[in-house]
Design a protein around this ligand. Structure first.
Ligand SMILES: [Zn+2]
Ligand SMILES: [Zn+2]
Length: 343
């Protein structure tokens, strides 16, 4: 039954994306065809007014571009697979003319990748686990997604609205998409309330716009409802990223915190480096990618390979046997979440 539901979610994924695009496009058209002409009158504006209008036009176009860019990147970026190697996109080899050669290349790639992953994990003294569903090495923070049927690096959750998992490689795009969407929806709600009221007044007012009144009303209500819902989700993701957790880790950490408390111990989240550092790690802010890179809609890869993660100092200071206990507990949770019963 669960498998049927997972398969159905996978199949109808593109439909969710199409719905999201239609709804987004409705609000964008509503803004440019009604709200912008209503709130910015070019013919009445003086010189400074015209500069202001041009600036607002450029700013709104930038926000729209940021929304669609990050949405597109969240959809097309692979969240991260255990066998991914830097510089090698398996999809690039899929179109090799001879299927037999292509298959043998893929097999070679897979074998080499497994060896490399195991060596990498061994080098960092993290005992490699094997996923009991896809039978591949399973690094720390990876989880098996039953909808995508593969192990995803630094798995957060499967999102039907992007028809993809949110994981190591695309979590940044997912969060930035929500951020730009929430800022834009807030601005839209503030700027469009008068056109919304006028659109509702069918009897007394004229309607000189090309966009139908019912769609303006619908777009406005939609922007508020979606804005509030996504703002809540966005705030939740900022809380998680600033505390160095993923969605699945949060629930385990909460449980572990309680357990440690009853035993008179303090729980240490090994991936929590403090708010500022967590922010820099999540958005991969470095000399190469300064802080304002979050404001520029360009592809930015995540920090690290996604198979091994640095641990905070507090964790490194724990005795070795306690560190092992943490890894053991993490591995057990990982199996439970993946629906593997024989732990
Ligand atoms: Zn797996
Ligand atoms: Zn998935």
């Amino acid at each position: 039954m669960v498998q049927i539901v997972d398969r159905a979610i996978n199949r109808i994924g593109p439909v969710f994306i199409a719905i999201a695009l239609v709804l987004l496009a409705m609000c964008v058209f509503c803004y440019y065809l009604v709200v912008f002409p209503y709130t910015h009158r070019w013919s009445d504006a003086g010189f400074l007014g015209k500069i202001y209008i041009a600036t607002m036009l450029a700013w709104s176009a930038y926000m729209v571009y940021c929304i669609f860019f990050h949405y597109y990147m969240a959809i097309v970026t692979s969240p991260g697979n255990v066998l991914d190697r830097p510089g090698m996109d398996p999809r690039l080899r899929a179109d090799e003319s001879d299927p037999a050669i292509a298959e043998s290349h893929q097999q070679e790639d897979t074998e080499t990748s497994i060896r490399e992953v195991l060596l990498e994990l061994e080098e960092y003294s993290v005992y490699p686990k094997t996923c009991k569903k896809c039978h591949l090495p399973k690094p720390e923070r990876a989880h098996h997604c039953s909808i995508c049927n593969s192990c995803v690096l630094k798995f957060d959750h499967h999102c039907p609205w992007i028809h993809n998992c949110v994981g190591h490689n695309n979590h940044r795009y997912f969060v930035l998409f929500m951020t730009y969407l929430v800022v834009s929806a807030t601005y839209f709600a503030l700027a469009a309330w008068r056109p919304f009221i006028i659109a509702l007044d069918f009897i007394n007012t004229e309607w000189p716009y090309y966009y139908p009144r019912p769609l303006v009303a619908f777009s406005y209500i939609l922007a508020i409802c979606m804005g509030v819902a996504i703002a809540a989700l966005c705030a939740w993701h900022y809380y998680l990223l600033l505390t160095g957790q993923t969605t699945v880790e949060f629930y385990n950490n909460q449980y572990e915190k309680g357990l440690h408390k009853t035993q008179g111990e303090i729980f240490v989240n090994m991936y929590d480096f403090g708010v500022k550092e967590n922010f820099k790690i999540f958005f991969n802010i470095s000399d190469k990618n300064p802080w304002y890179s979050v404001l520029i809609p360009v592809p930015v890869p995540p920090k690290g390979s996604g198979r091994i993660f640095e641990k905070c100092q507090e964790f490194s200071l724990l005795p070795t046997n306690r560190q092992h206990q943490y890894f053991q507990v993490q591995a057990e949770y990982s199996d439970i979440e993946d629906g593997v019963k024989d732990v």
